[in-house]
Write a protein that binds this ligand. Structure first.
Ligand SMILES: O=C(O)CCC(=O)C(=O)O
Ligand SMILES: [Fe+2]
Length: 296
């Protein structure tokens, strides 16, 4: 069986990046407190109770998915903003972008009787247009209950981010993200993985929070999952992380369609919340813009 490395929360970022380079997946044990886990369960319960199972093989006929986690769970907000995780996301995605954003939030509950999800690379959401040398996703899977091979722990093929796209894993090359509740499985958008089979009587619950370069379209549309009337209650950091900020000099600007006074014309999204921040406002000179546009 393939193997996923486990590290502790004290492990230096450089070591984590080395493991990601080699395997494209690892587990950080014991990240969350019991109290964190309880509050996430309480936050998610009303939604999991009413959510229907998936409607196809990919989303899983016995699997529930609950989104809009930034709007629905304060503890999930804290996870998304966790400084250590963001340091890792920044270090991993940094060579491929000016800034990154939250790309996907989902609580995935694999129910009893679910079969294995097809192995895939998450970067497939953007089609095959982006060269493999560009990393497009830093993914976190927070175990809300124990992940075991029996209850559907995520399957992953360590090292498959370096494989030819058509190579399929042998059974012994597949590893399982087995971990205790409160641990977090980190993986990249380029590694083969998929939900596991659940042969137990209990569901497996994970909170999936993924990050991607700000120049890419988000898998979960954060502006609809967290519209301005919801996002106005978030911290400025969270609003910026989910996309209410620019991702470059003009990337992601907006204009208030109701504005007849020219106040919110072609401005950074922060301005809708009364913030003055716009980190790109004064950076660009025409010469730099031209130079940046031809960076290889
Ligand atoms: O539920 C899991 O363990 C994995 C789910 C997944 O990879 C996906 O839906 O893209
Ligand atoms: Fe996936």
């Amino acid at each position: 069986m393939g193997e996923i490395k486990h590290v502790s929360i004290e492990t230096p970022i450089e070591t984590i990046l080395e493991i990601l380079d080699e395997d494209a997946g690892l587990i950080i044990d014991n990240f969350l407190s019991d109290q964190n886990l309880e509050s996430i369960k309480n936050d998610l319960k009303p939604y999991l109770n009413v959510t229907r199972n998936g409607q196809d093989e990919f989303t899983g006929f016995e699997t529930k998915r609950v989104g809009a986690l930034m709007a629905r769970s304060k503890t999930c907000q804290d996870l998304a903003l966790d400084p250590l995780i963001n340091q890792m996301a920044e270090s991993f995605l940094g060579p491929h972008c000016e800034s990154y954003q939250l790309h996907f939030t989902s609580a995935i509950q694999i129910g009893p009787g679910e079969s294995s999800q097809i192995l895939h690379r998450d970067r497939g959401v953007w089609g095959g247009y982006i060269p493999r040398k560009i990393e497009t996703q830093f993914s976190t899977v927070w175990a809300i209950n124990d992940f075991t091979k029996e209850n559907g722990a995520t399957q992953v093929v360590p090292g498959s981010h370096k494989w030819h796209k058509d190579r399929e894993p042998l059974p012994e090359e597949i590893a399982y993200a087995e971990m205790k509740a409160g641990s977090v499985f980190i993986y990249t958008g380029s590694v083969l993985h998929g939900g596991g089979t659940n042969v137990t009587e209990q569901p497996r619950l994970g909170v999936f929070l993924h990050y991607a370069p700000s120049w890419l379209r988000q898998e979960e549309n954060q502006y609809l999952s967290c519209p301005p009337e919801v996002a106005k209650n978030f911290s400025p950091e969270l609003r910026s992380l989910i996309g209410y900020s620019k991702g470059g000099y003009v990337l992601g600007f907006f204009t208030d369609p109701e504005d007849k006074e020219g106040r919110l014309e072609s401005v950074s999204p922060e301005k809708i919340f009364g913030e003055s921040k716009d980190q790109y406002e004064s950076l660009a000179t025409p010469e730099n813009l031209v130079k940046e546009s031809t960076r290889k």
